[in-house]
Every structure is written in C-alpha cells, then in structure tokens.
Design a protein. Structure first.
Length: 170
C-alpha cells in the first residue's frame, strides 16, 4: 500500500479544546520515540538517503527546524492574527543545514530542547487564546491552538513512520 503524502492529508478539527492535554503528551513523547527508534542504529543507517530523499538524521533535523514555525504560530494566536504564518514548503532550512554532519545525540538534544519550549508555551496559553481561531494558509481551514498541536503531532508521526521505513530498508 502506498503511503499518503503529507501534503495530501486532510484534517477535521472537531475535538474539544480540552484535548490539548492529551495532544501535549504526544508532542512531549516524540523525542523519546525518536531516541528509542535510533539508539541502536549505526551512522550509515542514520545517514542513508533512500532514492536521494532525506536520511533519518535529516528527518530529525527537519522536526527541530520546524519548531520555529510552531513557536511563530503560537505568537500568531496570541496576536489574534486572521491567518497563521505559512511554512516554507521548499524546506530550505532543512535542505541547507547539513544535518548528516551532526550526531544523532546532537540532533535529538536540539529537538528535545526546542520541543520542550514549544509544549511549555502551549501549556501557558490562556483560555481566550485556546478558543481563538486562525486560518491555516495551506489547508484553508480554521485552527485553534489545540488543532495546531494535533497537526504538529500528526506531522511528527508522519516523519517517525518515514524514519522507521528507512531504518528497516537499510
């Protein structure tokens, strides 16, 4: 079965704001899941680029690179912006970062620190902000912070599944 491409995913954001606490647990757990998946891999496995696509290290680096976008979207909610800032769909930051030159531990430490900050900022949002909706620029749907958190967790899982495929196929 072919995997659905990330950019072809559709989302329904119809769960209560109070689910943010459940979703925060998923977001907190991503670094541990990456560590569990990669701790026994050799460097050749983590830098392997199947069909010229990203390696496991590049996927980890990409997740860390996107934390700036997530933090920016929290700022957008706080500023009551009508439209959330857009992601760079060319992924220039990741493509130029040379993540394969770094160790898994460096990449994981960087991602873990950034993710902890993101989760902390989501936890501190007041109720009024938790209910505020902004338009997601690519999906063309209204999002609340809980929706953005869910979208981020789903994006994490998309990359984790890809990393596992790479590890298994090496």
């Amino acid at each position: 079965m072919d995997r659905t491409k990330w950019t072809e995913r559709k989302f329904n954001f119809d769960f209560p704001e109070g689910w943010i606490y459940n979703i925060l647990e998923r977001l907190r757990g991503t670094p541990a899941r990456i560590n569990d998946m990669t701790h026994s891999l050799v460097d050749a496995q983590t830098t392997f680029k199947p069909e010229g696509k990203w390696s496991i290290k590049e996927h980890i680096g990409h997740l860390a690179d996107l934390e700036e976008l997530h933090e920016g979207r929290i700022a957008d909610f706080l500023l009551r912006k009508e439209i959330l800032r857009a992601a760079d769909m060319s992924n220039a930051k990741t493509n130029q970062a040379n993540h394969n030159s770094k160790s898994i531990q460096q990449l994981l430490n960087n991602f873990s620190a950034k993710r902890k900050q993101f989760v902390t900022h989501l936890e501190k949002l007041d109720n009024e902000t938790q209910y505020f909706k902004s338009m997601h620029p690519r999906l063309k749907v209204m999002m609340r912070p809980v929706d953005m958190a869910y979208f981020t967790a789903e994006h994490d899982d998309h990359h984790l599944a890809t990393m596992r495929e790479i590890a298994i196929s090496f």
